[in-house]
Write a protein that binds this ligand. Structure first.
Ligand SMILES: Cc1ncc(COP(=O)(O)O)c(C=O)c1O
Length: 442
């Protein structure tokens, strides 16, 4: 079935979402309030979720393999998380002071993450990386950062450089341009954010050394998430650790996504310790959250009893409802549950390769832990350029096709398994893919 036929099928299955979207367009630009979850012809409007399932306004249930962009490790409406939210909300949503749940969640994260001595919370992953960058500027007295091409760290200016862009703007692979990812980014951000090619040891080291005197930090995802769950090589992260250490540059790991590739995050899995770590998503149990932490001497810049050198605020920061939800979610993320979802994810990855081979469709499945991405190509996927160099129409066709067959992944074909998933969910995903590939030419 061609892309157009999948679109027609989607429209037939989702008339209520279409009607809601038409109404939404009267009040929100494009009927949308979150660019990342818009997909053409119009996005689904969801009513509720439970466990592995999510329902749209037409009453269709789908198995949710994206779980609000990987922020729900236990799927929807997990009983313990829901109870924690209800109990906390019943005692008051937020206070203009501290609360005990902040301390418990900070303690859990400091104990789990090997490089984190002290923690702070925020309201989004964006705020988390913003505070890491600010802390690095303040600590080093320098004004530039380096980030990877295709790395997504949220929406503040310093990191909104070379995230997603058309291939003709990329420049030389060995020395990528710094490209603003949206209109409205300050010229200073474009000037002060240096871009390195992910997983390219030689050229990244060279670019970092060339800019070393001005670099406050290198911020990196140990697994390039939104570009397609592309793991860094151990050698690449080790090189970043060594070169940043040598030149007095802070190394920031953005573990907003990768936290659950091991109990102690990707830093524990790789055995490479950053100076600062940005967190988000799962640490809020599904509610809006961010967190950042790291070496005591850097984090102490935020200590109000010492100045503070760096100020951090936020009306909803550390609110007891989010903190309670985060604790309930994190306490259930045990090494057993992580291992089980990783085994299921491996079975899914293997199945995706087998099903694609049945239809002579080339595919690469990338990812770590519960995370996976499907790249329909025969070249290997090591960086952003590899991931965008695929047939975009076919990608859309498979995305909508899976949706038509009851499987929800992100439109860039990434997903994450949740702890309530079983072999049956893996089978459903593979069955759906088989159906989509079988009709792709009809
Ligand atoms: C790696 C990474 N960092 C930061 C962010 C930003 O988090 P938030 O959307 O909570 O601002 C995201 C969001 O997807 C992310 O994937």
């Amino acid at each position: 079935m061609s892309l157009q036929n999948e679109i027609n099928r989607y429209e037939l299955l989702t008339p209520r979402s279409r009607a809601s979207w038409e109404e939404a367009r009267l009040y929100m630009p494009g009927g949308d309030t979150r660019t990342s979850v818009f997909w053409p012809p119009y996005p689904l409007f969801f009513t509720h979720g439970e466990g592995t399932q999510i329902w749209d306004q037409d009453g269709t249930a789908r198995t949710d393999f994206i779980n609000n962009f990987t922020s729900l490790p236990h799927g929807h409406a997990d009983a313990s998380v829901t109870k924690a939210i209800q109990e906390a909300a019943g005692k008051g949503a937020a206070f203009g002071g501290a609360n005990e749940s902040q301390v418990r969640l900070a303690k859990l994260l400091c104990e789990r993450l090997p490089s984190v001595d002290l923690m702070r919370f925020a309201n989004s992953g964006t705020e988390a990386t913003m505070n890491c960058v600010r802390a690095a500027y303040a600590f080093t007295g320098r004004r530039k950062i380096a980030k990877a091409e295709g790395g997504y760290h949220g929406t503040h200016d310093a990191v909104s450089i070379s995230v997603k862009m058309s291939p003709d703007l990329l420049g030389d692979a060995a020395a990528p341009y710094s490209v603003a990812s949206t209109a409205g980014i300050s010229d200073a951000a474009v000037r002060n954010t240096v871009v390195v090619p992910y997983n390219d040891i030689e050229n990244s080291r060279r670019i970092i050394i060339e800019n070393a005197a001005e670099l406050a930090a290198v911020i990196i995802e140990p697994m390039l998430g939104s570009a397609g769950m592309i793991p860094a090589s151990l050698e690449y992260l080790t090189m970043l650790r060594d070169v940043t250490h040598q030149y007095g540059i802070l190394l920031v790991f953005d573990e907003v996504v990768s936290l659950r590739v091991a109990m102690g995050g990707a830093q524990e899995r790789y055995g490479v310790m950053p100076d600062l770590t940005a967190l988000g998503k799962v640490i809020g149990g599904g509610l809006p959250v961010g967190g950042f932490g790291g070496r005591a001497d850097i984090m102490e810049q935020f200590d109000p009893t010492m100045g503070p050198k760096v100020s951090q605020a936020g009306t909803f920061t550390g609110n007891p409802v989010t903190m309670a939800a985060g604790l309930a979610a994190m306490e259930q993320l045990t090494s057993e549950s992580l291992m089980r979802t990783e085994m299921l994810r491996d079975a899914l990855a293997e199945g995706i390769c087998e099903v694609s081979a049945e239809f002579d469709v080339p595919v690469q499945v990338t990812g770590l832990g519960p995370f996976y991405a499907m790249h329909f190509t025969d070249h290997s996927i090591n960086n952003f350029r590899d991931a965008v160099n695929v047939d975009q129409d076919f990608k859309r066709q498979v995305f909508l096709g899976l949706m038509n067959e009851g499987i929800l992944v992100a439109s860039h074909m990434v997903g994450a398994l949740s702890t309530p998933m079983t072999e049956g969910d893996v089978e459903s995903h593979l069955h759906a893919l088989r159906q989509v590939l079988a009709r792709r030419l009809s």
